[in-house]
Structure formats: C-alpha cells, structure tokens
Design a protein around this ligand. Structure first.
Ligand code: PLP
Length: 418
C-alpha cells in the first residue's frame, strides 16, 4: 500500500522522535569485527590440555617438537591441513598463528623476486573484488600496489571484467579471492568461476590468485558446500604456479593462537620455504601438535564446527527476522542470508550508508565503517554496510538490530524527502 505525502512526512517525524529518544539513552554495542564470542572460544578450551605425556612432544615418534626445526611444519599438521585444503603433503606449508602473515609473506616474496629480476621497476596492480576484506586492501595499499575494484556477483568476481583486464595489462599481477562465504557478502564461488580464474589468459606470466579460504569449514547450515579446488583447476589448465591457498584455525579454535597454512604447488612451497628460512628457524610446533590432537581430521573438524554453528545460527536468524519485520515490502535496504561465514551484508539506497553508520555511532552502536570493505575505503555508491554479529549476545544483538533498522529507515526517508 503506497503512503500519501502527508502520511510519509508523519512517519518521518515519528522516526525522528524515536531517534532523538535514542540519543538521550545511548547503547554501548560493538558489532564491528568478525570475532568469535566467548562461548565459541570455550569450545576449544580442552585443546590446552591435550599434550600431557612425553610422547606427545614427539613428531612421527622421533622429532622433539619442543626444539628448533621443521621449518615448513610438523608432518602431522601437514597431513591435517592437506586433507582440509585437498593438496599433496609436499604442497603444504604450516605457518604461525596468522594466515594474513602468510599472505604478506607470499606477496612480498614474489614482488621482491620480480623486482630483482627486472631492470625497470614497473607499477604493480591487484584486482580487488568488492566489497571485500578490509585487511587485504590495507595490506595491498601498504605495499604500494595499486588496487582495481572489481564487481563481486553471487557466484564470485565479475569474470568478464577480470578476463578483459588481465588479458591486456601486464602490470596486473594478482587478484584477491575469498572463495567460501566471502567477507562480507557471504558468496561462494561457482565451479565455472574457479575454472575461469585457473585458465584465463593473463598478460603477466607471474599472475597470482590469492585464495584466502578463511571460512572453508564455517558452515551455518547442513549444506556444507565446498568450493572447487583452485590448485587442481590451475594444474589442469596448465598454470600450476598461479594459485596460493590460505586458511587458518583462527575461527575454529583461538584467533591469535591458532595455526595457519599455505597450499600451493611444490615449486611455490619450496620458494616460500627458502624465503622463510631467513625470517625464522621454525614456527610454534607445540601449538601445531595441540591442534592436530584436538582437531584430529576433517570429519572431526566438521563436528567441532557444528558446535560453533549452533551458537552462531540463532544470531544470523535474528538479523534476518528483524530485517524482514522492519523492511518487508519497503525498498530501504537489501540484505544477505549467508549459509556460512561471519557476516551479513546490507545494501542500502545509494549515498546512505555513511550517514546510517554515523547515526548509529551517535546512539552507541558501532558497525564497520561504511567504505572499509572497498579499496582505499571508497565505495562510489556509498551503499554498503557490514554487520558482524558473532561477538555479541542475542539480547544485545536484538537491541542493536532495532537501532540499525531505525537508523536505516530514518536516514533513507530523510534523504528521500530532502
Ligand atoms: N581472511 C579473512 C577473509 C578474514 O575475514 C580474516 C579475519 O577476519 C582473516 C583472513 C584473518 O585470518 P588470520 O587470523 O588467519 O590472520
């Protein structure tokens, strides 16, 4: 039913009164970053006690994991992560606690090798499907790499755009990909997209696919769809050195105290291991062993992740219910209903997102900065907001969502009527 002008002005006045009231009684809620809740962290507490007998400190029954050595990781951890990333055992390198750290290592190692080999230091560019992960973009910017935003569809990056650009520009050296339950829109790449990325013609012969599979086991439903293996696809297409796969247990066990892994061709792993040997004698093998004993194998990880999902799913359901309650039949906002990962993405009306986020901040609800999920923090449409509901209780999320829905409607109508 369409409203008359008078009705919608009355409604705007009503929203203004509600918002002014919120200004007088601000909340104190933060749903800015995708971090696990306390209940999720408790799921992995038993891991801290899995190493109890002297034999637990031996890898393959002989190597003392308390001592130096095993630069690329203990064999047991390689077995676990090669099952997870679907690689051969010599196509895995186990890192420290952070996959971002490994991404930085891979990019800088490759750039250094190339700069050394080039008489002319050329400009380097990366394709950045957007909205995407803000820390990828921050890292790229810090390294002086020019970022080219690329559209992100429901099945992955806009491949027509990608193929056209990489076929013609030799300075485009890479693309960022979060192929499963992408941060922040929750999309999982289709097989066709994976095959096209693996086989497309690139003007740069050293083109890199940075395949950040951070959410590969983070399902919220029983669908548990796995993205097609990019390394296998690259090998089949005759480009075995093109892909670099990353994952970590940051949101499986403990962020900051998990284990990260890199999957790539043997040649690439050997190259990175050499680079790494100048930085460390080896990562924390005791933590690697703890993870192996606690997580066991892919099947057991899946059961462990079901416990995470049982905590998380009600939060995602609550967001969906709230948005449906407030916005069914209205055109203020569209939202995602992800089947996994850590985020819900809101698409607002153009030019509204920054103002909505600002209005929320004034009433004590912190959400990710509106432009943060775009290269250089700039979204030309200013229509994207990321919600990260995992750290807060259902009760707090309920209050935050009422505030979010109020601000979306208030700011959108205010702009429409101004
Ligand atoms: N990659 C993505 C897509 C993420 O969303 C996050 C954390 O939010 C990370 C990587 C961080 O990974 P790590 O803790 O292994 O460095």
């Amino acid at each position: 039913m369409t409203q008359t002008i008078e009705e919608s002005m009355n409604h705007l006045e009503h929203l203004k009164i509600k918002y002014t009231d919120c200004l007088k009684h601000p909340l104190n809620l933060n749903i800015k970053r995708g971090i696990p809740s306390k209940e999720q962290l408790q799921l992995s507490e038993p891991m801290l006690n899995v190493l109890s007998s002297p034999t637990d400190f031996l890898s393959q029954g002989t190597i003392d994991i308390r001592n130096y050595g095993e630069l690329t990781g203990i064999s047991e951890a390689k077995e676990l992560f090669s099952e997870l990333l679907e690689t051969e055992r010599d196509e895995i390198l186990i890192g420290g606690n952070s996959s971002l750290n490994l991404m930085y290592l891979v990019i800088t190692s490759n750039l250094f090798a190339k700069i050394k080999n080039q008489t002319n230091k050329k400009r380097v560019k990366f394709l950045c499907p957007s909205p995407g992960y803000d820390r990828h973009f921050a890292m790229t910017e810090k390294l002086g790499i020019e970022m080219i935003p690329i559209g992100l569809n429901n099945d992955g990056p806009d491949m027509d755009e990608v193929k056209k650009l990489v076929a013609n520009d030799p300075t485009i050296k890479g693309i960022w990909c979060v192929p499963t339950y992408s941060n922040p829109t929750g999309v999982t790449y289709s097989d066709e997209v994976v095959d096209q990325l693996a086989s497309m013609e690139t003007k740069a012969d050293d083109f890199m696919i940075l395949w950040d599979n951070a959410y590969l086991v983070h399902h919220l439903t029983n669908e548990k769809k796995a993205v097609k293996n990019i390394l296998t696809a690259c090998k089949a297409a005759g480009n075995p050195e093109r892909s670099w796969m990353f994952c970590s247990t940051s949101k499986v066990t403990f962020p900051g105290a998990g284990v990260a892994a890199l999957g790539a061709s043997k040649k690439n792993i050997d190259f990175i291991a050499k680079e790494l040997s100048y930085q460390t004698i080896g990562f924390d093998k005791i933590n690697q062993m703890r993870h192996v004993k606690f997580l066991k194998d892919k099947n057991h990880i899946s059961q462990h992740m079901d416990k995470h999902a049982a905590i998380l799913k009600p939060k995602f359901d609550l967001i969906n219910q709230k948005l449906m309650h407030y916005f069914t039949g209205k055109d203020c906002v569209e939202w995602t209903e992800p089947k996994g990962g850590y985020f819900v993405h809101l698409t607002t009306q153009p030019s509204c997102a920054t103002e909505i986020v600002g209005a929320l901040a004034k009433i004590g609800v912190a959400v990710t900065d509106a432009g943060a999920t775009y290269p250089y923090g700039k979204n030309p449409s200013d229509n994207s907001i990321r919600l990260a509901p995992t750290p807060v209780s259902l009760e707090d999320l309920d209050a935050a969502m009422d505030a979010i829905c109020l601000c979306i409607e208030y700011i959108t109508l205010k702009k429409q009527q101004s």
